[in-house]
Design a protein around this ligand. Structure first.
Ligand code: NAP
Length: 257
């Protein structure tokens, strides 16, 4: 499909956590669907290489390295995106981090803080800087925040991660309510087990978890990153124009079936 006909044609989309996994798959897909993409992650070499790949494929992309936990970094990325591409229509706030599933009383304050800083403050910082430019442009916008099955249930993931991903859903609902009359939609993705670097790390630490992750899905498999990215692309597009405040499960039936 040519990018002029894609479901994100003419849009500018910021994607965090674009250096690997779901975010990298989203970067490629959003660009194929016609968006100019603004990629953020800490590993600059990775997002720069991805920009080269997307450009070689005829897409529009730029990379700005930064830490989502730092408000100034997120502001810098949003500003750079608007300076380069003129506006911001969509955001996939996807960067996240999980420690291994230690019992609550064994989680250190440092791990709790890092989990909250990356997953909750990261989404907070994104919303705080993305929403004003969307309001100012008068073009409206669509924000998609990456939660997890752990955002609805205690899955065996760390208590800090469970709390953080619940908070992502709370922030998403609040944003949907605050901006419903001002043209900005906000939705969360309830992501199930997906084959990414995060998953590889978890399975290297505790190989026995693979069987239970697979067993939880009625499809008896994990997701490919692209399957999650496809839901994000639809939610960022105008095709989902009456969808806001929802927590969309992309979890192979774990929470729905
Ligand atoms: P991944 O491959 O490890 O990707 C995580 C991404 O987040 C990387 O691009 C990483 O980039 C970025 N990131 C982490 N901390 C960051 C920070 N402080 N600032 C900026 N970027 C940061 O894992 P993934 O599975 O694709 O994860 C994507 C999202 O899906 C996360 O929110 C995760 O919680 C969620 N999720 C994943 C699963 C799963 O089974 N994989 C299930 C449910 C939910 P840098 O390291 O380069 O900064």
């Amino acid at each position: 499909m040519s990018s002029e006909q894609g479901m994100l044609a003419g849009k500018v989309a910021m994607i965090t956590g674009a250096s690997s996994g779901i975010g990298a798959a989203a970067a490629r897909l959003f660009a194929q669907e016609g968006a100019a993409v603004v990629l953020m992650a800490r590993r600059e070499d990775r997002i720069r290489a991805l920009v080269e790949e997307i450009r070689a494929d005829g897409g529009r992309a730029m990379a700005v390295a930064g830490d989502v936990a730092l408000s100034d970094d997120v502001e810098r990325v949003v500003e750079a995106g608007v300076d380069t591409f003129g506006h911001l229509d969509a955001a996939f706030n996807n960067a996240g981090w999980a420690s291994s599933g230690t019992a609550l009383h064994e989680i250190s304050d440092e791990v709790f803080d890092r989990t909250m800083d990356t997953n909750v403050r990261g989404v907070w910082n994104c919303l705080r800087h993305q929403v004003p430019v969307m309001l100012k442009s008068g073009r409206g916008g669509s924000v998609v925040n990456t939660s997890s099955v752990a955002g609805l249930q205690a899955t065996g993931a760390s208590a800090a991660y469970v709390a953080a991903k619940h908070a992502v859903i709370g922030l998403t609902k609040a944003a949907a309510a605050d901006y419903g009359l001002r043209g900005i939609r906000a939705n969360a993705l309830v992501v199930g087990s997906t084959l990414t670097e995060m998953m590889q790390t978890i399975l290297e630490e505790t190989p026995a978890l693979e069987e239970s992750f697979v067993a939880r899905s009625v499809q008896k498999r994990m997701a490919a990153p692209l399957e999650v990215a496809q839901a994000a692309a639809w939610l960022c597009s105008d095709r989902s124009s009456y969808v806001t405040g929802t927590s969309m499960a992309v979890d192979g039936g774990v929470t729905g079936a």
